[in-house]
Design a protein around this ligand. Structure first.
Ligand code: FES
Length: 330
């Protein structure tokens, strides 16, 4: 089934903050990005990031083809109309400077835009929740690295839900994650609270370079916050590792990923060792998730099959998506 063969309503997703770019990508020149199918231009005015609809109201030209002027305006490349940081057109070069007659509707559509955690975040409508928090980022006892992991050909929710899925570990990541053959998923706690699903489990896990040594019982707590942000906390005998999964919904069936990882242990191990491990895992997930059809999650629980214990986290997530967003696919 193709993406456009299902009923996709992205409107409720407009009321959340979404990461759309590394802050470092938005420097001196405008940058084009797509969020929930909407073309945006990012630029900086007075050092702060701004997000406008990527369309000049004069003749529909892409503003991202323009440039940022010394006074922090975005200038259209076609006839040079200048838009200030709020999106108001402040100058039309074809008119004399001392008798500018600027139409009241000459405005770029400006969206909520913030810079946090080294990323630029955009909300297309009034956000119903604050920007997601990752307190370990500023915790002096933890060391944090982050990585942009590229784009994927599937909806963001498919990748987010994967974080709640314990049953795939032995099959998709053999020898890297999971338990080397003990595929039984023991009952685990699932808690639903204020727009998030949290599941807690502890199980003897096979060793990996990052999370455990040999066979060790590790404690995992995964919280998936609407719509697509997961926090995975892993306690092993070395210490605590916290993984933050961020998803940029480019369209209903395309997304981009960031991963942050904070740890309070193994400070002598180079970050690159952890990044190399992530680079082994992510393509394994990518292969199976990009094969899923439809590419978005059907929130109606009758659309796919669910196993009572192993899929408890995913069931709670889909119920939450349905109740809070009122969507049929996401
Ligand atoms: Fe932008 Fe004319 S199209 S100034």
């Amino acid at each position: 089934m193709l993406a456009d063969a299902v009923d996709v309503d992205l409107a409720p997703l407009r009321r959340f903050w979404h990461p759309v770019a590394e802050a470092s990508w938005v420097a001196d020149s405008p940058v084009a990005v797509t969020l929930l199918g909407e073309s945006l231009v990012l630029f900086r005015s007075g050092g702060a990031p701004r997000a406008f609809s990527d369309l000049c109201v004069h003749r529909g030209t892409r503003l991202s083809l323009g440039w940022v002027t010394d006074d922090g305006c975005l200038q259209c490349p076609y006839h040079g109309w200048k838009y200030d940081a709020e999106g108001t057109c402040v100058h039309i070069p074809s008119q004399p400077a001392d008798s500018q007659r600027i139409p009241p509707r000459a405005r770029a559509i400006a969206y909520g835009c913030e810079e946090r955690y080294g990323l630029v975040w955009v909300a297309l409508d009034d956000p119903m929740r604050p920007l997601p928090e990752f307190p370990w980022f500023d915790d002096p006892e933890f060391h944090t690295w982050s990585k942009f992991c590229g784009t994927r050909e599937a909806g963001a929710a498919r990748f987010a839900e994967n974080a709640l899925d314990l049953a795939h570990l032995d099959f998709v990541h053999p020898g890297l994650l999971g338990t080397h053959g003990d595929t039984i998923i023991d009952p685990y706690d699932v808690e639903v609270d204020e727009g998030s699903v949290t599941m807690r489990s502890s199980k003897q896990s096979v060793g990996s370079e990052t999370f455990a040594e040999g066979h060790e019982t590790i404690y995992r707590e995964t919280s998936l916050e609407l719509p697509y942000t997961f926090t995975l906390k892993i306690d092993g005998h070395r210490g605590t590792t916290v993984i933050w999964g961020l998803h940029h919904p480019i369209t209903s069936d395309r997304c981009a990923l960031w991963r942050f990882e904070s740890r309070n242990h193994s400070f002598d191990v180079p970050d690159q060792d952890f990044i190399d491990f992530l680079d082994l895992l992510l393509p394994q997930d990518q292969t199976v998730i990009e094969s899923q059809r439809p590419q978005m999650i059907p929130v109606d629980l009758t659309e796919e099959l669910h196993i009572k214990v192993a899929d408890a986290g995913a069931i709670a997530y889909r119920r939450l998506l349905k109740e809070e967003l009122g969507v049929t696919y996401v």
